[in-house]
Design a protein around this ligand. Structure first.
Ligand code: NAG
Ligand code: NAG
Length: 444
């Protein structure tokens, strides 16, 4: 008896000290990374000036307003979680959401750098009235539009021709990555329409990667509608989506309840926001990126979510040189490993990945529940979820929470599979499982 209680106690002490060590090391490592990101910010600005003779304001040193409006968009409000940007097509004026996690990621260094920048700006502006009025402007949270104003805005925003874009120096300029820039190419997603249809997302693979896009949910959906639903006159479909794609799938299913016959989600990143949590976007970011060094997946996710410039450096080293990495992989593995995964992972711009991550995963935090409710009400749509038991990127609790929202959904937990091996390595099995799911919806 005494023996076990002593062991129990020492185990508690061990766990507690392990947690403490993790916290302490995490604090130090992330302070260091904050600093690295801050320094990289200056490095990138200088090199941007050198190669592109201009730099795009970033989210850390500029205000959110500058970073967003530099791409020709108009920011309507920048209060926590409710930021909207105005975007304009030739006929429509739209308000769309962007995630405040893009520009508000509280950390020691970001605060210091923001204060320094504000101080510098204040010194430069000097005129306190001007500074005051500028600050006042950025707070405006509502506006009314009439046709005259829409025309004025149109003049201000201008028409961006996607074909006139040259890649940034830090992005890849190979033929595959830039195929969408050719004047002859259409500005739609890369669709592989061999059955089943698959689509490269906006900003990824062989799809367009516009550099001024903010990769919002609406932009992604618009492109899918334009490239798949409208282009192929699809009026009935099954959706299969993995990870981040699950959010787009649910948004699409909620928008087209009459068309969607089934949804199959693999490892959906659904983090229900507790009632009373004022900032849904920030809550979700804390869940996926907790600023901890252990476990390694949490570290990786934190690195990717938190650091605008470190991720640009990673993209520069990996994505810009994807052909080299793929060549080396083939050489080292003597062609025994198929490289389609690498090709899929490495072909994107930093701008696309950074905005998609924040605007889709964090930015939809408050909306995902509504999409799930809409899908749940649609009795004609069969929902199946696959989740690898060993998935460390998206915990299995996410899928349990989806099932709470859609009780009729079927959850299949697959033993010994993680975020990638849930499909990769079991493609044949998965194809058969999909066929069964689709066959069963045809019968009913
Ligand atoms: C639209 O705005 C312009 C400029 O403020 C104003 O002159 C015009 O009367 C407005 N039109 C309508 C229909 O409200
Ligand atoms: C699905 O249906 C097709 C056509 O009816 C059939 O050929 C196929 O074997 C079925 N697949 C499965 C996995 O049940």
């Amino acid at each position: 008896m005494q023996m076990t209680s002593v062991m129990g106690k020492s185990r508690i002490i061990l766990t507690m000290s392990a947690r403490f060590i993790n916290e302490a090391i995490s604090f130090l490592v992330f302070c260091f990374l904050d600093l690295v990101d801050f320094l990289l910010c200056f490095l990138f600005k200088s090199v941007d000036m050198l190669f592109d003779s201009e730099f795009r304001p970033c989210y850390c040193s500029s205000s959110a307003k500058e970073a967003i409006t530099s791409g020709g968009k108009i920011l309507v409000s920048e209060q926590g979680g409710e930021s909207k940007i105005v975007s304009l097509s030739s006929t429509k004026l739209m308000l769309e959401d962007i995630s405040d996690t893009l520009y508000s990621r509280p950390s020691l260094v970001s605060e210091v750098s923001r204060l320094t920048m504000n101080e510098l700006k204040r010194l430069k502006l000097e005129d306190p009235i001007l500074a005051q009025s500028k600050r006042g402007n950025s707070r405006c949270s509502s506006f009314t539009v009439n046709t005259t104003i829409v025309e004025m805005l149109q003049g201000k925003i201008g028409k961006h021709d996607v074909h006139n874009q040259i890649p940034r120096w830090s992005d890849c300029d190979c033929k595959e990555c830039c195929s969408w820039i050719q004047p002859s190419s259409k500005t739609t997603l890369y669709v592989k329409s061999q059955f089943p249809t698959s689509v490269d997302l906006l900003g990824f693979g062989k799809s367009p990667k516009p550099s001024e896009s903010l990769y919002t949910l609406r932009e992604h959906l618009d492109m899918i509608e334009k490239s798949v639903l409208e282009a192929h006159k699809v009026e009935s479909f099954h959706i299969v989506a993995h990870s981040l794609g699950s959010i787009l799938a649910l948004a699409l299913a909620a928008k087209y309840p009459q068309y969607v016959k089934s949804i199959t989600l693999l490892a959906p990143p659904y983090y229900p926001v507790p009632k009373g949590e004022a900032q849904a976007t920030q809550y979700v970011m804390r869940q996926i990126a907790p600023r901890r060094v252990w476990p390694p997946m949490a570290f990786g996710a934190s690195l990717v979510c938190w650091y605008e410039h470190i991720t640009r450096m990673i993209c520069f080293l990996i994505c810009k040189n994807h052909r080299l990495w793929i060549f080396l992989t083939r050489l080292i593995t003597r062609n025994r490993v198929r490289t389609f995964l690498l090709e899929g992972f490495f072909s994107h711009t930093h701008n696309a990945a950074w905005h998609t991550l924040h605007n889709i995963i964090c930015g939809t935090a408050a909306k995902l529940g509504t999409y799930l409710e809409t899908v749940n009400e649609n009795r004609n749509c069969k929902v199946t979820i696959f989740h690898g038991k060993n998935d460390e990127v998206i915990p299995i609790e996410c899928s349990y929470d989806v099932v709470k929202m859609i009780p009729s959904a079927e959850l299949r937990v697959i033993d010994d599979k993680d975020h990638i091996t849930i499909v990769v390595g079991r493609q044949k099995d998965f194809a058969r499982e999909l066929e069964e799911i689709w066959n069963s919806t045809n019968k009913s």
